[in-house]
Design a protein around this ligand. Structure first.
Ligand code: MD3
Ligand code: FE
Length: 196
């Protein structure tokens, strides 16, 4: 895939600030946790969710979506309004996002190369990703695991949209470029899960 096909936008400083506050409100109700992969190891990225459906993983059930938080049992909090607006503006004005996966990266957190394929009923709906905090090294390949990959830096305020064929490419985070002044990276990924 050509990285030029990724739509990139930059949020204002006040919008970034609004998302930091939105993150604080989400984790207040739905604390971050480290899902366990089917292989049995906890992910190095801590996650939580907003929306009607949240992505998670357990060794027993593998990757899946739930309506409630695994430890509190409460429904996931609502998707922040600013993220809903970005979804309407950059993806589908007529389809509502169901999942806002929130990924929290600290020093040493990474996400291996994968395809987002846990939403088979909504595989044609684009994915929107919004990053704040520390920059990170994003690796993007093609539709086959063997396709060559390239890396790019994703920075605070970047909004990336993956539509069409790009929705199904391999991608991962090699590492978060944290620093003493910016010790975490937060990524919000909005998705449709059920048939629109
Ligand atoms: C979607 N998260 O949660 S988002 C994930 O930065 C995930 O936390 C990463 O991959 C993160 O599933 C990356 C940006 C991204 C990049 C490439 C994609 C999303 C993508 C390619 C296809 C579909
Ligand atoms: Fe992904």
């Amino acid at each position: 895939m050509s990285l030029a096909r990724l739509l990139r936008a930059r949020l204002s400083e006040s919008q970034i600030c609004e998302l930091r506050e939105a993150f604080a409100r989400i984790v207040d109700v739905a604390p971050t946790f480290r899902p366990v992969t089917p292989g049995g190891s906890p992910m190095s990225v801590a996650i939580t969710n907003a929306g009607s459906l949240g992505w998670t993983s357990t060794q027993r059930d593998g990757y899946h979506y739930t309506t409630t938080h695994p430890t509190t049992g409460l429904p996931w909090p609502p998707i922040p309004e600013l993220l809903r607006e970005l979804w309407r503006e950059h993806t589908c004005a007529t389809i509502e996002p169901e999942c806002c996966l929130v990924n929290l990266y600290r020093a040493g957190s990474k996400l291996g190369l994968h395809v987002d394929r846990d939403e088979p009923a909504a595989a044609d709906v684009p994915i929107l990703s919004v990053s704040i905090g520390a920059p990170a090294v994003l690796r993007v390949g093609g539709r086959s695991r063997k396709s060559p990959t390239e890396t790019m830096i994703v920075r605070s305020g970047d909004v990336l949209v993956f539509a069409g064929d790009d929705r199904h490419v391999y991608h991962g985070i090699d590492r978060a470029l944290v620093s003493p002044s910016e010790p975490v990276r937060i990524n919000f990924t909005l998705r449709r899960v059920s048939k629109p």
